[in-house]
Design a binder for this molecule. Structure first.
Ligand code: FAD
Length: 493
């Protein structure tokens, strides 16, 4: 039987990137995906000829010399990725307390705008961004390849630190108004996570004009050319062992492929389900099993009537109160307390053919239907979704008067959708919840006690297209040989 050098489980951004990088170096790779299509959260779907993204609406890192630009040039497919820059003067707009605040790309313009909005807090704002800017090195190609992130920094809590940096509550809530990007929790979210994310997006923000699906298709073609065995519709259901090392992966419980190394990009709790109980220490298993997850999202996908609603080349964040840390609000009566809305990229740059609005959703709200196939969730679930849809539409109507009359059709998803399609526990949008109170326990390392098993994906590295791409680069660099890989990538600059 053919023995692969690497069996990579899961074909989201992480699995696709690792497969591309390792096969480019001549490794014999098998990519295993439970769904019939590749891409995980990078995949798109179409309703009434309008394409919608499931989990990557915008990203950073495509400016010349930035990490994703170099990664895709290295893979030889950069010219096939149509990344369009979001509005420089305001790639995000935060609406709070009846005012709108634009977040600009580039630190000078960004800080200048914020100081104009809040002149009395100008010194605090400048100091706040001075600190955020320090993450720039770690987000640069050189910083990524040198990988000297100090994990102890994860113990600094974002809410507490930023709250002391920005004494005016409005300034604090506006500057952290893109909170859904990291589903920030007051007691848990580390400052380092927020710093990384804010820095990357202020540096450069892009929309994939042809959608995640185009990137997935491009990568798929590349993988085929590089000889990767792409196994779709094949769920990894177990691992077989030869002594302490993995010797193969069982697919759908029957067929098995043989491999020298395994990289699992699944949620770590799902990876554990594939490993016999005697192969890992009990304490490791119970630590991973007990880790809480980040919140999931409720999404509305709106097909708009033709030429009825203008396209906007930025993201909008709306809040009904002056609190952008909405993930901590337990009372759901006035939900959504905040939501994020964007226009799907389309050929006609004047009008939106599709809009997506999303807000965080506590898993407890849908837990009773967890694990049930869609057709068995029943009328109660449909009623729940209808109620949430109406609440979200009312919020949209408040912020975009008459928008309801411009909508042709409405589709929705809940965290259960992500649980079901991507095997993500609790439909967590960003995998495991990072915890500043216990940073080491909530950090899952790539290397495991099983000598030929590596973990990757958004619960291991930082989340997001940029975060998991960086995580994949770092792991690939380790597997290929750091110095050789570094040299090759830096020569691509
Ligand atoms: C609603 C939402 C909006 C988001 N918006 C953005 C955004 O705008 N920008 C951004 O950068 N990030 C965004 N994110 C986060 C981003 O999508 C993720 O961090 C990233 O795509 C995760 O990639 P991954 O490869 O780690 O995992 P996934 O994309 O989850 O891939 C895992 C893959 O493994 C497969 N799989 C699971 N179990 C098995 C099994 N047993 N066998 C085989 N295959 C299996 C799944 O089907 C899936 O394809 C968003 C996420 C959500 C949920």
């Amino acid at each position: 039987m053919n023995q692969f050098d690497f069996a990579i489980i899961g074909s989201g951004v992480s699995g696709l990137t690792l497969s591309a990088l390792l096969s480019k170096e001549g490794f014999n790779v098998a990519l295993i995906e439970k769904n019939k299509y590749l891409g995980g959260n990078l995949s798109s779907f179409t309703r009434q000829n309008v394409r919608f993204e499931t989990g990557v609406h915008y990203t950073s890192g495509f400016a010349q010399g930035e990490v994703l630009d170099v990664l895709y040039r290295h893979l030889g497919i950069r010219s096939q990725i149509n990344a369009v820059r979001l509005d420089i003067g305001g790639f995000e707009k935060v609406h709070m307390g009846g005012q709108s605040y634009e977040f600009a790309q580039g630190y000078d313009l960004h800080i200048d705008k914020m100081c104009r909005y809040f002149p009395r807090s100008a010194d605090e704002i400048k100091n706040f961004y001075l600190e955020i800017k320090k993450f720039g090195y770690y987000n640069s190609l050189e910083g990524v390849l040198n990988q000297n992130i100090d994990l102890n920094q994860l113990s600094v809590n974002a809410y507490q630190k930023i709250r002391t940096q920005l004494s005016d509550p409005l300034v604090f809530n506006v500057l952290t108004g893109t909170n859904p990007l990291y589903a920030g929790r007051k007691d848990y979210t580390p400052y380092m996570q927020v710093g990384h994310i804010l820095d990357t997006y202020i540096r450069d923000s892009w929309r994939l004009q042809d959608g995640g699906e185009n990137l997935v298709d491009t990568l798929k073609e590349l993988l085929k050319k590089q000889g990767v065995s792409i196994l779709t519709g094949e769920a990894a259901s177990g691992m077989t062992f030869d002594g302490d090392s993995i010797s193969g992966i069982k697919l759908n419980g029957s067929n098995e492929i043989k491999c020298k190394h395994v990289i699992s990009t699944l949620h770590p709790q799902k990876t554990l389900e594939l490993i016999p109980s005697d192969k890992l220490r009990k304490s490791y298993r119970s630590r991973i099993e007990s880790l809480p997850n980040s919140l999931g999202m409720f999404n509305l996908f709106l097909v708009m009537k033709p030429e009825s609603f203008p396209y906007f080349n930025h993201n909008q964040y709306h809040y009904s109160t002056q609190d952008s840390w909405i993930a901590d609000i337990k009372d759901t009566t006035q939900w959504p307390y905040g939501y994020f809305v964007y226009s799907q990229a389309s050929k006609d740059s004047r009008y939106s053919s599709g809009l997506v609005a999303m807000s965080t959703m506590n898993f407890e709200e849908v837990a009773k239907w967890s694990g049930l196939p869609v057709e068995r969730r029943g009328q109660e679930y449909l009623d729940f979704k209808a109620k949430k849809t109406e609440q979200m539409l009312n919020a949209l109507e408040r912020d975009y008067p008459h928008i309801k009359s411009k909508i042709q059709s409405v589709y929705s998803s809940t965290p259960l959708t992500y649980e079901n399609y991507y095997n993500m526990p609790q439909g967590a949008a960003y995998g495991i919840q990072r915890n500043s109170q216990d940073p080491l326990s909530s950090t899952v390392q790539t290397k495991t006690k099983i000598p030929n098993l590596y973990l990757a994906g958004q619960s291991v590295s930082f989340h997001g297209f940029f975060g998991v791409s960086v995580g994949s680069l770092v792991l690939a660099s380790h597997l290929i040989g750091n110095e050789k890989f570094k040299h090759t990538l830096l020569n691509t600059l």
